[in-house]
Ligand binder design. Structure first.
Ligand code: PMP
Length: 425
């Protein structure tokens, strides 16, 4: 499916329907709903899939396959038994993959913090001593990436997303002669929020393009690498390997976690990159930590057993999630065919909905007043600024299926009413 973009034609008949839509909306409000489509959280039913973790490793089980006592200090790089499983799934040599704490976002923040304080391999000076540091943010994108940049004083510039990932030609043109552009965000597989998958061609272009900055980094956030919604399972491009092949071995830093595989608040996060970047990250990490929570890492290794164990587990998530996404797409197709466009993701946690330009904030406001919480309009853009006020992110994973249907029907009413109001304006 094409990238959702703001629809430009408001059908005349929307204006004619204004009075009816106002009535529909009043009826919606009268239902007194409290529904939430704001954040990409797993549902309780999904969390239950991993409940066996709560009894692992179990009393008396405290050594890993190599005989290490996981209760004690040490092992900064993470437990090999678990790294081996995820190295296979993420397509990296085990020596190039660290297992850390519970949040990959922390690893991303730490990577950019170390870069700011100390520079990365290839830097002429710490990024914090540069006059200006800028990052490319493909839009729509993940709001917490933007928050990390803002927190560290990194300015953001946008490029559009395409169905094959970020617009690589636009990126290549920007980085070619501007050394202040030090890096970019990429969510390569089932992107948050548009569900796109970076093609092999786009990956090759991004890892091989010449950059004016000698220390350019791609933060390759593969949060949804294994999170398929259909049997047509996307394979992530091997960005770390392709970068090495292209002669830029240190360009890509990969992140992943089990936040949406086991427990969102108590999973394990991973960082994968070139040997030089892994050594660089480990060196700075060693001043910050004596070692990660290896008990949790062992628990995860025992729970999965091997890479196939993870794949089997992910199919159980798919069985819970696919009907919710089908419900979202079904309601959109049935009710908004002519006034909006949307992504049809094959994986991940989100649907992107593009409504009439100038109405996204109004849709969120109408929905809120009807008891349906949506992610704020603009959240998928740096500084919260969607220049067209058109893009909405829908997150259907948390509520039960029947609530997803009710909420989406309500959202459709709000989209139609906002469009009619605007057309009548
Ligand atoms: N990256 C992306 C693209 C995400 O959507 C999320 C979760 N919403 C995260 C990272 C957060 O990952 P973690 O829980 O490992 O910090």
């Amino acid at each position: 499916p094409p990238e959702p973009t703001a629809p430009t034609t408001a059908p005349e008949d929307l204006v004619a329907r204004l009075a009816d839509l106002q009535q529909d909306y009043a009826a919606l409000q009268a239902r007194g709903l409290t529904l939430d489509l704001t954040r990409g959280k797993p549902s309780a039913e999904q969390l239950d899939l991993s409940d066996a973790l709560l009894a692992l490793p179990g009393e008396g089980v405290h050594t890993d396959a190599d005989g290490t006592d996981v209760r004690n200090y040490g092992g900064l790089q993470g437990l090999p038994q678990l790294r081996r499983i995820f190295a296979e799934l993420l397509g990296l040599p085990i020596e190039q993959l660290l297992a850390a704490g519970n949040a990959s976002l922390t690893l991303m923040y730490d990577t950019l913090t170390y870069a700011t304080l100390f520079g990365v391999p290839g830097s002429e000076r710490p990024w914090g001593q540069e006059e200006r540091v800028r990052f490319i943010c493909p839009v729509p994108g993940y709001d917490r990436h933007f928050t990390v940049c803002e927190a560290l004083g990194i300015e953001m510039i946008t490029v559009p997303m395409t169905p094959d990932g970020p617009d690589a030609e636009a990126v290549a043109a920007l980085v070619a002669d501007d050394p202040s552009i030090k890096g970019m965000w990429v969510v390569p597989t089932y992107a948050n929020p548009d569900g796109s998958v970076v093609s092999e061609d786009v990956a090759r272009r991004l890892v091989s393009m010449p950059t004016a900055a000698p220390d350019f980094r791609i933060l390759w956030d593969n949060a949804y690498a294994l999170h398929h919604l259909t049997e047509d399972e996307a394979t992530s491009a091997d960005a770390v390997g392709l970068a090495a092949e292209a002669g830029h071995p240190d360009r890509v830093v990969l992140f992943a976690s089990t936040s949406k595989i086991t427990f969102a608040g108590a999973g394990v996060a991973f960082l994968g990159s070139s040997p030089a970047n892994v050594a660089w990250f480990s060196k700075h990490l060693s001043a910050q930590s004596i070692g990660p929570d290896k008990v949790n890492q062992l628990r995860h290794a025992l729970f999965f057993g091997d890479a196939e164990g993870v794949r089997v587990h992910m199919r159980k998530h798919r069985d819970i999630l696919a009907p919710k996404f089908d419900a979202v797409i079904g309601v959109l197709a049935e009710r908004l065919g002519e006034v909006a466009t949307w992504s049809v993701p094959r994986g991940g946690y989100f649907v992107t909905l593009a409504v009439q330009p100038g109405t996204a904030s109004r849709v969120v406001e109408l929905a809120r007043a009807a008891g349906i919480a949506l992610t704020p309009a603009g959240a998928a853009f740096p500084y919260g600024d969607d220049p067209q006020d058109s893009i909405l992110r829908l997150a259907p994973t948390l509520p039960p299926l029947d609530e997803v249907r009710v909420a989406m029907d309500g959202v459709a009413t709000c989209v139609l009413l906002a469009g009619a109001e605007r057309a009548a304006d």
